[in-house]
Design a protein. Structure first.
Length: 103
């Protein structure tokens, strides 16, 4: 079982949110999850050990990721389409100033 499949089935929304956020970030900013994963499918299709080299498995994982998105968004007051570079900018600024205390 792949980590995306496990995350879809797992009950931890912390895990789901972390995976979802990671999958939404492209090299040039925040994009839709389907766009991001379709891009990964194209970029890694010729890598023999990559899950993305198998069209059927890649499409299955994209569907799992969309399932995670659906699970998360049912508890959100915004739509997934509203999450973009502009709308997260204020949070990025706050995170840059956030003090992390290490033990």
């Amino acid at each position: 079982m792949n980590i995306i499949e496990i995350t879809l089935e797992y009950n931890s929304y912390e895990r789901k949110i972390c995976a979802y956020c990671d999958q939404r970030v492209a090299p040039d900013g925040v994009v839709g999850i389907k766009e991001r994963l379709e891009d990964a499918k194209v970029r890694y299709k010729d890598k023999t050990l990559s899950v993305w080299s198998n069209e059927e498995k890649a499409n299955h994982l994209i569907n799992c990721s969309l399932g995670i998105e659906k699970q998360i968004m049912q508890y959100c007051s915004i739509n997934s389409e509203d999450i973009n570079d502009e709308t997260i900018e204020i949070y990025i600024d706050k995170l840059k100033k956030y003090n992390i205390k290490m033990n």
